[in-house]
Design a protein around this ligand. Sequence first.
Ligand code: HEC
Ligand code: HEC
Length: 209
Amino acid sequence: MKNLTTTLARCAAILGLPLGVSVAGAGELPAVDLARAAEISAARCGLCHGVDGDSSSPLYPRLASQHHQYIAKQLADFKSGRRKSDTMESMAANLTPEEMLALGVYFEQKPTKPRPARDVELAGVGRYIFHRGNESAGVPACAGCHGENGHGTEQLPRLAGQVPRYIEDQLRSFDTRARTNDNAIMHSVASRLSELEIKGVAMYISALE
Ligand code: HEC
Ligand code: HEC
């Protein structure tokens, strides 16, 4: 545990992340062409993510209320191939950096609706992991970086309200390194989670507002 804590603290320091501090999200939003973003969303993103980013399918991540910096970075990484996804690579291929930022701001401004946990006991396992981690396995509390309410910061993603299946998939991809644009932190976190903890934490996160 001590080694992991030291490693995480070092990573966090390099990234300028507030390890151990919970920070509420939203800073000031940059001025962007929101009309253009709305047009792109309706024509090309809405089918999977919902026009307002409130994905209706369990397969696609919710974008509503996500930090614009994170959305813009992921789009740039999909385009360059740093983050691998056949679907998203083609979606991002024609976007300019200005459009990526505009889409980020567009989705960050969209409200989210709460989703009650479908399995309260499973969510209880996740609640423990989220707030306390699992010391015997060296899992740090998710809240230490993503915030007590899972709202994230400008440097790291909001998790609150995310669809559970997507969270599970991403944790498995971080573990196997199939998610290629991570910065080592989430690999080391995910590789210490059991399957039950992955399902539990995903269920708990999905019900956070
Ligand atoms: C055909 C379905 C589909 C369409 C259309 C689509 N996406 Fe996606 N999107 C996905 C899938 C699937 C993922 C998850 C990829 C993965 O597993 O890494 C994703 C992931 C993302 C992510 C990363 C989310 C996160 O939390 O890390 C962003 C940002 C995103 N999409 C934005 C967009 C934008 C903007 C558009 C429109 C220009 C768009 N997507 C169109 C299917 C789609
Ligand atoms: C030391 C800081 C830190 C801790 C602790 C941490 N995370 Fe993360 N997490 C990050 C960073 C940074 C990212 C951004 C992705 C990247 O670049 O690797 C991230 C990304 C994620 C993502 C991807 C979100 C998306 O929209 O695609 C998920 C899911 C996630 N974390 C879940 C968790 C869970 C669950 C825990 C607790 C078991 C946890 N994280 C603990 C720093 C942390």
